[in-house]
Design a protein around this ligand. Sequence first.
Ligand SMILES: [Zn+2]
Length: 213
Amino acid sequence: MRQSMPRYPIEGVFRAHIPDIWTVLGSPQTTAAYMAFIMAVSATQGVRMDSLNLVAKNMVVSFHYTLKDKEGQVLDSSSGSEPLAYLHGYGQIVSGLEAALLGKAPGAQFTVVVEAKDGYGVREDQLVISVGKSEWTLPDTVGVGEIIELQSPEGQVIPARIVEMNDQSVVLDANHPLAGEDLHFDVELLSVRAATAEELAHGHAHGVGGHQH
Ligand SMILES: [Zn+2]
């Protein structure tokens, strides 16, 4: 599977595929340091030396994932549908997963456990809100377990789940449903490419699994 090392014009590879590699590497001074990094990555991931598109800032990354809770129950998965595509380096996926993807090459498969604080955050008690029944204007058909949208004074919409209802009040939980959960991701990295100028201007990935417009 592993091929002998092809002879690349190193500067060309760097410019073509890994625009922010110096940022990723912490500004190494020499090409030798870069090559050592590439070889270390390819050794640990078993990738071919000609797969030099590594996940870094301003790269468009496409991957399949399955998200499980700590009991192994599947919470979400891209399996059977389009992979997820995102622009790396802008917090568009949970930070722990974004960190785990950094430096990886197409074809990499790995499992990562993301702690709640690096996932959807820890649960916050102040996000459990009690609303007086007199202020409650939603129809009777809306009951416990349903998600409603709260609007902040700034116009931001925050989803909240109805957790309790009685004659006096309605209790809402505006924590993310996965707040407080450690997230177990199985990841298959499909492709990594440099973002286009348009994608960088828009701040997101275009095409399959990204924005379509
Ligand atoms: Zn766009």
